[in-house]
Design a protein around this ligand. Structure first.
Ligand code: NIG
Ligand code: FE
Length: 429
């Protein structure tokens, strides 16, 4: 594994160095720590955080080798070649997991942002050839190398803001060649970054213009040409479909997800962003790892999610940016469901990758408590990208990067002080 060395004006990242030993002492609160944390926190349990006050944490090559109360730490750690970090007044948390991003893209789309200020909606912009098709046109002319270079800069900025695992979707290719190009870019990013990256094939993000009247033709292309090559090159972990009016119907989603499963890809889908069409129930039935967006939600959707292993993922950055409803996390938690939060970072509906902003939005706009939202960004988010064993928590041997905050009065200060960067340092494993 090669670590990419980078300098970022936003903050300090400690890259894995051979035989590095770090002792973080006097930690005001060591958060999400323990050997028996659950893989998912749901309903009322989302209020629970596992915190050690006045604690220490010892890292060796980025892996957790010991932790506990300050009063118990003497003698636990070998003092030779040890960097000591005094975290008096500071919190230490597992890095966030961002289980839903579109971080590989060609260019930003601020002209559509201005169009929306002038009154057009996201859907109207898409219908006149903007939106996802706009991004696809721009990406077609870019090389794999250029896309890697741009995406890496974004990933570096995400890491210094405490994001320690990232799912990245294709979906701005929309042709065999360009979808494969995007996935090869993501594969290269996986190989060159020390944080975990998961790849999702989202060929079914929109119908390209030439297939607008020929859905069958495009779906055949996905099934017969894209999926076999994706499997052959090992390019994806998951398969996604944008199930929405004017995009893919529930039946179309089903056909594509079933084909993806035959090629070893687990479903993880965009549903209920603008309309509830029954996609949640169908995705659950097909064994989806997560259903994402959920700005719209019916009683049937809630019922389908109960007794399933599917994680509902809410994307408040998208709701904020597009001015659409926020996902009803409270209704889900009241139904004893878990909730995860993600950024949805993309150039169209959510040009934000800062998960501290997402934490604030969840509290301010969705009335999640700071504790509920932190569970949604760590334990539940790790589950939504199959990283529950190693991420979203701090335990012996855990592989998650770790966030050290600045001196702050309380944990709730983090979502409260929206827009402020409180990250002092990130330790990569
Ligand atoms: O999750 N809704 C579909 N896909 C993205 C937006 C893509 C874009 O506008 O470029 C989303 O919001
Ligand atoms: Fe998305």
């Amino acid at each position: 594994m090669i670590d990419i060395k980078f300098v970022c004006a936003l903050g300090k990242v400690s890259l894995k160095e051979k035989m590095s030993k770090i002792l973080i002492k006097n930690i005001k609160g060591l958060v999400q720590v323990g050997e028996d944390l659950p893989k998912v926190r749901k309903g009322k349990d989302m209020q629970t955080l596992s915190i050690l006050e006045n604690a220490f944490l010892a890292l060796e090559d980025g892996d957790v080798i010991a932790y506990g109360l300050m009063e118990d730490w003497e003698g636990i750690t070998d003092w030779r070649d040890l960097e000591i970090v005094d975290a008096d007044g500071c919190f230490v948390l597992p890095a966030f997991c961002d289980s839903h991003t579109h971080a590989v893209f060609a260019k930003t789309r601020e002209e559509e942002f201005v169009d929306r200020i002038h009154g057009l909606t996201y859907e109207e912009i898409a219908l006149k050839g903007g939106g996802i098709l706009n991004s696809a046109r721009r990406l077609a002319g870019m090389s794999e190398d250029e896309l890697v270079e741009h995406a890496q800069k974004r990933i570096n900025k995400m890491i210094v803001l405490g994001t320690g695992a990232i799912e990245i979707k294709s979906g701005y290719g929309l042709s065999v060649e360009a979808e494969l190009k995007m996935l090869r870019v993501i594969k290269r990013l996986k190989q060159t970054n020390s944080i975990s990256i998961k790849a999702t094939f989202l060929g079914a993000h929109a119908f390209p213009t030439e297939y607008k009247q020929n859905h069958r033709g495009y779906i055949d292309l996905i099934i017969s040409e894209m999926l076999p090559q994706i499997e052959k090159e090992g390019l994806a972990d998951y398969i996604d479909v944008f199930c929405e009016r004017n995009y893919f119907s529930v039946e179309e989603m089903e056909e594509i997800l079933l084909a993806g499963k035959k090629h070893g890809l687990k479903p993880k889908v965009h549903v209920n962003q603008f309309s509830a069409m029954g996609g949640v129930g169908k995705a659950v039935e097909l064994g989806a790892l997560s259903v994402d967006h959920l700005e719209e939600l019916t009683d049937e959707d809630i019922e389908a999610l109960k007794n399933s292993n599917c994680m509902p993922v809410i994307l408040p950055g998208c709701s904020h940016f597009l001015g659409i409803p926020f996902g009803d996390a409270r209704r889900m938690m009241d139904a004893d469901l878990p909730v995860a939060l993600a950024s949805d970072f993309n150039p169209g509906s959510t040009p934000n990758y800062n998960l501290f902003t997402i934490w604030s939005l969840a509290c301010i706009k969705m009335k999640m408590t700071p504790e509920e939202a932190l569970n949604a960004l760590t334990i539940n988010a790790a589950y939504a990208m199959d990283l529950a064993e190693t991420h979203g928590k701090i335990c012996l041997g855990s592989r998650s990067p770790i966030i050290l905050t600045n001196e702050i009065p309380s944990l709730a200060y983090l979502p409260y002080s929206f827009g402020e960067n409180n990250v002092q340092r990130v330790f990569l494993s």
